[in-house]
Design a protein around this ligand. Sequence first.
Ligand SMILES: *Cc1c(COP(=O)(O)O)cnc(C)c1O
Length: 822
Amino acid sequence: MNVNLKSLVQVLHADWIGTDGPVLIEQISIDSRSLQNGPQTLFFALSGVNNDAHTYISELIEKGVRNFVVEYIPEKYHGKANFLLVQSALDALQKFAAHHRNLFNFPVVGLTGSNGKTIVKEWLNFLLSPDYNIIRSPKSYNSQVGVPLSVVAINEKHNLGIFEAGISTVNEMEKLEQIIKPTIGILTNIGTAHDEGFLNLVQKIDEKLLLFKDCPVIIYQKNEIVDSCLSQFAAEYMLHPRKLFSWSYTDPTADVFILKREIKDEVTLIQYQFKKENHDLEIPFSDSASVENAVSCLLTLLYLEYDAETIQNRMQGLYPVEMRLEVKNGIHNCSIIDDSYSSDFQSLKIALDFLESQKKNASKTVILSDIFQSGFSNEELYFKVAQLIADNKVNRVIGIGSTISSFKNKFSNCLTYQNTAGFINDFENLNFANETILIKGARSFQFEEIVFLLEEKTHETILEINLNSISHNLNFFKSKLANNVKIMVMVKAFGYGNGGLEIAKLLEHHKVDYLGVAFADEGISLKNGGIKLPIMVLNPESTSFASIIQYQLEPEIYSLKGLNAFLKIAREKNLKDFPIHIKLDTGMHRLGFEENTIDELIETLKGNSTVRIQSILSHMATSDDMKHYDFAMSQIRLFEKLSSKLMNELSVNPIRHILNTSGISNFPGAQYNMVRLGIGLYGVSNDASEQKYLENVGTLKSIISQVRTIPAGDSVGYGRRFMAVKETKIATIPIGYADGISRLWGNGVGYIRIKNQKASIVGSVCMDMLMVDVSGIDCKEGDSVIIFGESPTVTEIADALKTIPYEILTSISQRVKRVFFR
Ligand SMILES: *Cc1c(COP(=O)(O)O)cnc(C)c1O
């Protein structure tokens, strides 16, 4: 992209407030944290419910960004940069993308549907890449923001586009249609699930079809509802003659009629009829969703006039699509970001941003294969890649492949290997330790072997943490806060069992204001991990005061004894204005100053300059239960009274906070200057109606160690507590009470999920294992199982065990490996 900034005034219907000189824009950005922002970046300051990018403009100007699309200009920056003033920055971003799209005139595949979009996109990319220079949406960039960001990456060298469009409610597709302007439309599986944003299935289909308003062909699976929507659609949008290109398992009038379908050894053999001829096709998958997606690809290839033989040859190479960037623990204290299945320029940019946000070690390493289909010449491409890597302050680069090897001199601190085997041979000499490693390679390089070498080996039970869901839940609670209310996130007990440091990193990235931990050593390990956010320690023991000071943690002070002890050490160290947090007991009766100690507290702090009251807080006993509404209000009133007294008599103006998660939901009037978010971040609400707005964060997974069938009359496990009344198939799972699975969850009370079916736990849960009844479930050794997550939920387990989700989450033993992904 090389755009004259001033020429955009008209395109974006913007007002120009800037200098006269010509400015060339080479890329656009919406993320203030990206290290890729620079003088040639045009930054779109999007403002959402939760985050207003305008607040980062000063920071960006300091970092050298000079060009902004804004909804208003922060006062003091007039004259310091170029501003394009618009009503809506999102709308401007979309207009810009639509304008960019119109500069190109080659086939563009537009995909929509409820399931399968990303897979069909990736597969089409694979199938068509021998013949085209393809630009496609990176990952699942299919939203109102993701689509424009994907489309603006089109350049002169591309000759085919593949973009997906995802919508969650009505009136969204119209905008995406303007940006993608597909010439080949594909409707993937539409699903029957009731979607929140739509009245019914017909409305959902109607909205999705709008992507194809101007599109000469629509590829889809024939079915009555879609057909009736389509005929309605044709009546409304008769702009051009349009071809419907359909397939079906049951309807011989479809353009491609699947006559036969047969599964054999994980492979599906189909026979299809097209233009009165029959062809065989082998699809290397056995599940029906994959077969449907492959058939969508088949139709696209037929439409592009590929012959049956070429189609068959290419389809055999289809592979499972990994859409996630996974963070894993590596050997020698490394952490690795596994993106071992793709290598293209766009997704490299995304992966490098992710690397920056997730780095647990100061040192960053990138292992990169040759890059295909960039749309640039190799010379240009590796120049750009080297630039990008330098901008991202990567410490070492390992290039694998003959092409990247020949451009080695473009990189600094770069080692190269001709192929993956060469790297593996040299592995021991590379001394990987204490670094965050991004592994990014095209499929043919089989970088999964490198991941395997670098990954820390543990047993198969893992707790998977979805970082996107954490972001979602954070934003949900942020949207409930009044203006300027700060947010402290409680990451005590390893982030409620989900992983302390990784989650703290994410929260730092999201710019929360404070972290809260229970004990000093939790705070110390966060600081050692590089966390810069201020951290409050709820329960500082006096033996830890010295290290609290050393690590710049901030203690909660809840008694005169504690205060005096802290003051003594603080004076010895000649501290001034050291931040402390005063905890008031307003009725919880756990920790805190009671009303009758306030005068003495004031006396002690008056005129004291060793410490400074950073905040005053209290904790509610019943914020989750409106039955105790009056009691809760009495706590809030007492907090108001005592904190006001402290503030008046000491003439201080600290942050005040009393609400935890349930408090945020139930007592919005008591947000004061900050709230303390805990369980809600991890996807659990104490309120069923709120629960549906939260996303599940943790999924506890394991595998099947062994499967056997026992006859009626045999028993399972210690004490013979399960007796088979009929022939029963039993699977053993390597997770037990030492991992945090309560014994109360055994003996028929609880269940796990295998292939999305319930398998009841039979007999007693053992220390390291449990057994389940898998009669009627088609499963085998090595298959993955789910202990909790979407189902059963931790809340469901907690209810059955007469406890609370907090206990279930925090009981998962630290020997269970945590894997983070987004
Ligand atoms: C744990 C804790 C919180 C968070 O509570 P949630 O119910 O998980 O939101 C808030 N404040 C204090 C003092 C806590 O100990």
